[in-house]
Design a protein around this ligand. Structure first.
Ligand SMILES: *Cc1c(COP(=O)(O)O)cnc(C)c1O
Length: 455
């Protein structure tokens, strides 16, 4: 089975440069869809037949692994991470309590420690590998709520900007806050949060009896990769006693590069940072991360009362030489997969230099794409990218013109772009973050875009 699956994946990866950027045509797929939806049979099925079904299903969708994927926030999915996951699942270790797999827990703790050190957090910092950025934002909010608010926390108020990711407001809701407790600060014309307006909101809310406690710094917005003025937000957070959370799900790993460090300067002052290895570390979907300056606050919010779980008492063993964390005490999950191996393996196999070079390449490619698009008078390219996303529209075009423009581009099936709404206007975006996207595909993308840039 493993050999056949590997053969399939080798073909899949080798075919990525020529694979269509999308295949969402389900018109003639009735039989495929019915077969995929069928309940499990009572008896066995040949593996080869099942693999064939999987192969046909994988072909349908956006080619999120391919070099032409420039939509949403790409990543690609490093093959070494899939191999790590394969071994992690094959060995089926339980890493969330150190007593069950201390050595693998130590490996995952090493990854988390590396992330804390990367952002110059103190020794008492701690973190967690999550399923993605959304769950990292959720645990950050629950930690801040536990640390800063009374048990009756409904006056607690959180601050995001117009450009913050929707997962922050959603997490606040899941954490028990009514929607009106998430306040949306305006942005200035450059799409960065207006810190003065934000401060006025905090002061007004406090004088109205609310309890401001949490503010988000966007360290690379999803729409345009724009970085908020983090030092000014850190200063505001300090003056008003707010928990500064950096949502660096998209932008965080650019910190590995010199230009990224300059653009994200000040992020080290945050109380907590959300990162998405499945974006900036190019891993397959399913791995996010949260780091918190004070690990005790993460534990206070997420640890379980041992008296409620007597059946786990044998796992509270004294490991003697060292303290290996129980990740279950730092996040919502008890049983979960061993996420650490899929992060550790590619990082050690390729080395940080390879990641730094790939991220630098994406910054170069985005700057290049911005120059080429901005030079064409038929296009409106309002913002210079801080990171690796370029937003643009047809000059003088309305939303429908731009919707058709996007469709013409995607009909090429060599690249896939996506759109968003900025300031009430339909806006196309080209996000360059797959490790498989290089200068040749970006040049082709620019040819396709400029060739189709008409009303
Ligand atoms: C992608 C993203 C998220 C959500 O992360 P998921 O991994 O999709 O859950 C949150 N914030 C920002 C800025 C993002 O780009």
């Amino acid at each position: 089975m493993a050999r056949a699956a590997t053969d399939y994946l080798m073909d899949f990866v080798a075919g990525l440069p020529d694979a269509p950027a999308s295949d969402l045509d389900l018109g003639s797929s009735d039989r495929l869809l019915a077969a995929l939806h069928r309940p499990p049979p009572d008896g066995p099925t040949e593996f080869a037949a099942l693999l064939e079904l999987v192969r046909a299903a994988a072909a349908k969708g956006l080619e999120t692994a391919g070099p032409g994927y420039l939509a949403y926030i790409p990543g690609g999915g490093l093959f070494a991470s899939a191999v790590g996951d394969y071994i992690a699942r094959g060995t089926n270790r339980f890493v969330n309590l150190a007593g069950a797999a201390p050595a693998f827990a130590q490996l995952e703790a090493g990854i988390v420690r590396w992330l804390c050190d990367l952002f110059e957090f103190p020794p008492e910092a701690m973190g967690l590998l999550t399923s993605g950025g959304s769950m990292a934002n959720f645990s950050a909010i629950v930690s801040a709520r536990t640390a800063l608010l009374p048990r009756d926390f409904l006056a607690g108020t959180l601050y995001v900007s117009e450009q913050s990711h929707g997962s922050v407001a959603k997490s606040a809701r899941l954490a028990g806050f009514p929607p009106e407790r998430v306040r949306v600060a305006p942005c200035t014309a450059d799409l960065r949060v207006d810190v003065n307006a934000l401060e006025t909101m905090v002061v007004t809310d406090r004088s109205n009896g609310l309890q401001p406690f949490f503010v988000v710094a966007n360290a690379g917005t999803t729409n345009t990769g724009t970085v908020d003025p983090i030092p000014a937000l850190a200063d505001l957070a300090r003056r008003h006693g707010l928990w500064l959370h950096a949502d660096a799900a998209y932008g965080g790993f650019f910190w590995l590069t010199e230009r990224g460090r300059a653009r994200l300067a000040g992020i080290q002052a945050a109380e907590s940072i959300t990162l998405d290895p499945h974006k900036g570390l190019f891993l397959p979907y399913g791995t996010g991360a949260l780091v918190a300056r004070d690990g005790a606050q993460l534990r206070a919010a997420h640890s379980d009362d041992p008296a409620a779980s007597h059946y786990l008492q044998d796992l509270e063993i004294d490991l003697g030489v060292t303290t290996i964390p129980n990740f279950a005490d730092h996040g919502p999950e008890l049983s979960r997969g061993f996420r650490g191996l899929g992060v550790w393996l590619p990082l050690h196999l390729h080395g940080l230099g390879a990641f730094r070079a790939a991220l630098d390449e994406k910054l170069d490619l985005a700057a290049q794409a911005h120059r080429a698009l901005a030079a064409d008078p038929r296009l409106e390219v309002p913002w210079e990218p801080d990171l690796s996303t370029v937003a643009f529209r047809l000059a003088g075009g309305d939303d429908d013109d731009n919707r058709r423009f996007l469709r013409r581009i995607n009909d090429s099936r060599r690249i896939r772009l996506s759109s968003t709404d900025i300031g009430g206007r339909f806006t196309l975006r080209m996000s360059i973050l797959s490790f498989r996207t290089h200068a040749d595909r970006v040049a082709e993308a620019l040819d396709i875009i400029l060739d189709r840039a008409h009303h």
